[in-house]
Design a protein around this ligand. Structure first.
Ligand code: NAP
Length: 258
């Protein structure tokens, strides 16, 4: 294998939420590109992915500030460093604002905005010392536009993009880049759950839910596959992307073009 085939050789990556959907595809792709990958999930689900890719598994619930801090400490103690941090863990809760549970709103901001900040804070000193680092935050098209009943999700995802931009400006001269990726609907267990919810709530068929409620506003009229997000993540992690920083990269299938 040449460096061109394995552009992330000798890099160590941490992928949160790496046991399913987009995170699993990212863990697999970074491994294929030569990185050693630590997989985090809330449950034990990430163990099988870590075993399959020859990586290591770290169970931690990022809804807890203490558990998130401990995760960063454990990974750094075991692996010595993190060169590529992919903040991917996340979930959605759908409810109108006046019915939205306060504790779920706060938890979503913790998992998708505060936990990424905590992990960045821990890996940044080492990245600065080595003069190389990649921080990739999996946001969403809901970081750019919004939908009704997704207030906490939109708040968390808009927030992580703002954080990403500010971070990029702080570390730009030090060989460290920070970017967000903003996909529209990707076919994963998270969206399978949303499809099932909408079928029950609306009485529409699966095909009707996907066409009218999910891919309707897009140009391509198809759901995105996790490996498409993983491919952009791998590119942003590579040396070739050294001048791409502070961006919110849309993979929105043309959603926001109109
Ligand atoms: P998914 O298949 O449900 O996977 C989510 C992953 O995040 C799982 O590994 C899960 O671990 C982990 N996770 C959730 N809450 C966690 C917590 N409190 N602590 C630690 N890990 C936690 O979802 P996905 O669709 O791949 O989504 C991945 C990311 O992409 C999310 O940030 C999501 O917002 C974003 N995104 C998704 C789409 C889409 O259409 N699918 C579009 C745009 C952006 P467990 O399995 O152990 O719970």
């Amino acid at each position: 294998m040449t460096l061109a085939n394995r552009p992330l050789e000798n890099k160590i990556a941490l992928v949160t939420g790496g046991g399913s959907g987009i995170g699993q595809a990212i863990a697999e792709r970074l491994t294929a590109d030569g990185a050693t990958v630590a997989v985090n999930t809330r449950s034990g689900a990430g163990q099988a992915v870590a075993d399959a890719i020859g990586g290591s598994f770290y169970q931690a619930d990022l809804a807890s500030m203490d558990a998130t801090r401990a995760l960063g400490q454990r990974v750094l103690a075991d692996l010595g460093r993190v060169d590529i941090l992919v903040n991917n863990a996340g979930y959605n809760h759908i409810a109108p604002v006046d019915e939205f549970p306060e504790d779920i709103f706060v938890e979503m901001l913790q998992v998708m905005t505060v936990a990424p900040f905590q992990l960045v804070k821990q890996v940044l000193p080492g990245m600065k010392e080595r003069g190389w680092g990649r921080i990739i935050n999996i946001a969403s098209t809901h970081a750019i536009v919004a939908s009704p009943n997704k207030s906490a999700y939109a708040a968390a995802k808009h927030g992580i993009v703002g954080f990403t931009k500010s971070l990029a400006l702080e570390v730009g001269e030090l060989g460290i880049t920070a970017n967000a990726i903003c996909p529209a609907f990707v076919r994963t267990p998270m969206t399978e759950r949303q499809i099932a919810f909408q079928i029950q709530a609306t009485g529409l068929t699966e095909d009707e839910v996907i066409r009218t409620l999910m891919v309707g506003p897009s140009a391509t009229k198809r759901m995105i596959q996790p490996d498409e997000v993983a491919a952009l993540t791998a590119y942003l992690a590579s040396d070739a992307a050294r001048s791409i920083t502070g961006t919110a990269q849309l993979i929105d299938a043309g959603w926001t073009a109109s």
